[in-house]
Ligand binder design. Sequence first.
Ligand SMILES: *[C@@H]1O[C@H](CO)[C@@H](O)[C@H](O)[C@H]1NC(C)=O
Ligand SMILES: *[C@@H]1O[C@H](CO)[C@@H](O)[C@H](O)[C@H]1NC(C)=O
Length: 128
Amino acid sequence: MKFTLSAAVAVFAAALVIATPLTLDSEKRDVYVPPVLHPRAGTVWTVGRTRNVVWNVTNPPTSITNGIGRIMLRKGARTTPVILQANFSILLGQIQVKVPWVENGNDYRVVLFGDSGNFSPAFTITGA
Ligand SMILES: *[C@@H]1O[C@H](CO)[C@@H](O)[C@H](O)[C@H]1NC(C)=O
Ligand SMILES: *[C@@H]1O[C@H](CO)[C@@H](O)[C@H](O)[C@H]1NC(C)=O
């Protein structure tokens, strides 16, 4: 009986050791997609100028899956290969971009990537 009891205690202790890391590994990481505030509807950007992209960083989650931001240019329904900015902290809230040499259009959007993408409203880019 003594052997059986200590064996049972050993099994119980082993189960505790195995179970413990599972409960410690429960820290949650949040997908964070802050909304773009600028450019907005009615904004006109001129090719070659420097302009601010602004996004709302009020109340970010404490733990962010991907804190590195990237801003791409979108025209109509398609995201272009144009990278306006990359490798900045998504918590910055604003960053300057140089308006690229693209055709005139009133259906441009910037796409802010962190964990995921978030579009600005459509705005206009015109030639110099
Ligand atoms: C920014 O986000 C906060 C929290 O979601 C909201 O209360 C606030 O109105 C937003 N600010 C702007 C300018 O949209
Ligand atoms: C991104 O930023 C980090 C920190 O400033 C730097 O070490 C790294 O080289 C940058 N990467 C690129 C691709 O610019």
